[in-house]
Design a protein around this ligand. Structure first.
Ligand code: NAP
Ligand code: MG
Length: 401
């Protein structure tokens, strides 16, 4: 059987720890035997980032802009402990943060649904994709602890030195204040990424804020989404048979709990942080959650939502057996390959991506899975496999197909 040819390379971003081990196994067992895999390889493993003063991360983001599609392995975000462990020159920034900033992207997270791993919310039949705005609000705040009586004001000084003032509070005693911001440019990018992704995946889009209480701040989000939708997307949505639905955040939460799923839920930064953890844990496991960063210019970066699974890696280093779930990392590859196939008009590549996903799901549904899934499945008599054997079983299923 001849291998599937590719035209444009994928940007391949290698990573750290246990996911780096899985990365290699996935390539060797599930991709290289079937595809004449073309990638532009960037090693985002922490050692290489330290060696290159993190230039490699910036280069990989630039390559993604140039080539259009990337697939990324989980990477360590350095903290104090990692400084010692890897003898780092600096506490390098999170690669995901760097890449997100370079691509000006929005992150979409969606669960992978399999029979036998039922979501806690019984009526969720289809995935709920969460789109989180990744800039500003409370994540870029300025705070003051007010020590005692005094007046707090919000002051904006324009380029000519003209001031606009609003009273926040006339304090009679101690308290707290906080200043937050966002920009129209960032909200516009977020809105466009959401509308494009909805069209791309043919799913309805929901968006919610607290515009009844926050009549300028949150209302601005609502207005920007509404204006862009009416001007640029309404006709396309009608044609695709999908809808854009705006409501209040509390109403959205109530409706989500009763919905069947199968839509995209766009959230402001904080709502997205909180709700994505709720949605992913209710769907079963972080190891079954995919993540794709989409830029307003139509550049895509696919990855698993989980981290480098450090605890399993240390076991692996000690020579102990691990049962680490590779599903989200496999789906990062299939997502990237399918998108590459779509952009380059290579039907075989798109079909291969579909097949590999089907083989992965079929393997789990036949009762062969990693430990994290065995712990939460409703299936009886399942076979718990180690990291390598699970990938080999997927290969067997794929061969049989
Ligand atoms: P993690 O790697 O997501 O793992 C946390 C725990 O979740 C694991 O110990 C494991 O539980 C379970 N788990 C996660 N993925 C799994 C999988 N594929 N299969 C089976 N179990 C899985 O988070 P972390 O341990 O907090 O972070 C480790 C490193 O990852 C950190 O250095 C962090 O900076 C980095 N990180 C990177 C990204 C990214 O690149 N996108 C995202 C998050 C974190 P048990 O131990 O109970 O089996
Ligand atoms: Mg969170």
């Amino acid at each position: 059987m001849s291998k599937i040819e590719m035209k444009t390379p994928l940007v391949e971003m290698d990573g750290d720890e246990m996911t780096r081990i899985l990365w290699k196994m996935i390539k060797e067992e599930l991709l290289l035997p079937y595809i004449d895999l073309k990638t532009e390889y960037y090693d985002l493993g922490l050692e290489k980032r330290n060696e290159t003063d993190d230039q490699i991360t910036i280069d990989s983001a630039e390559a993604t802009k140039r080539l259009g599609v990337a697939v990324k392995c989980a990477t360590i975000t350095p903290n104090a402990a990692r400084m010692d462990e890897y003898h780092l020159k600096q506490m390098w920034k999170s690669p995901n943060g760097t890449i997100r900033a370079a691509l000006d992207g929005t992150v979409f997270r969606a669960p992978i649904i399999v029979k036998g791993i039922e979501p806690c919310v019984r009526n969720w039949e289809k995935p709920i994709t969460l789109a989180r705005h990744a800039y500003g609000d409370v994540y870029k705040n300025t705070e003051i602890k007010v020590p005692g009586a005094g007046k707090a004001e919000l002051v904006f000084t324009d380029e000519n030195g003209n001031e606009t003032r609003e009273l926040i509070h006339d304090f009679k005693g101690s308290g707290i204040i906080q200043g937050i911001h966002n920009t129209d440019a960032s909200i516009t990018s977020f809105a466009k990424a959401c509308f494009n992704y909805a069209l791309d995946t043919k799913q309805d889009l929901w968006f919610a804020t607290k515009d009844t209480i926050s009549k300028k701040y949150d209302h601005n989000f609502k207005d920007i989404f509404g204006e862009i939708f009416d001007k640029e997307y309404k006709a396309k949505f009608d044609e695709a048979g999908i809808t854009y639905f705006y409501t209040l955040i509390d109403d959205a939460v109530a409706r989500v709990m009763k919905a069947k799923g199968g839509f995209i839920w766009a959230c402001k930064n904080y709502d997205g942080d909180v709700m994505s953890d709720m949605v992913s844990s209710a769907f079963g496991s972080l190891a079954m959650m995919t993540s794709v960063l989409v830029s307003p210019s139509g550049v895509y970066e696919y990855e698993a939502a989980h981290g480098t699974v450090q605890r399993h890696y240390y076991k692996h280093l000690k020579g102990e057996e691990t049962s680490t779930n590779s599903v989200a990392t496999i789906f990062a590859w299939t997502g990237a390959l399918r998108k590459r196939g779509e952009l380059d008009g290579i039907k075989e590549l798109m079909e291969f991506a579909d097949k590999l996903e089907k083989a992965t799901i079929a393997t789990i549904e036949s009762g062969r899975m990693t430990k994290d899934l065995a712990l939460i499945t409703s299936m009886k008599d399942v076979t718990v496999l180690n990291s390598a054997d699970f990938i080999k079983e997927i290969r067997n299923t794929l061969e049989a197909m």
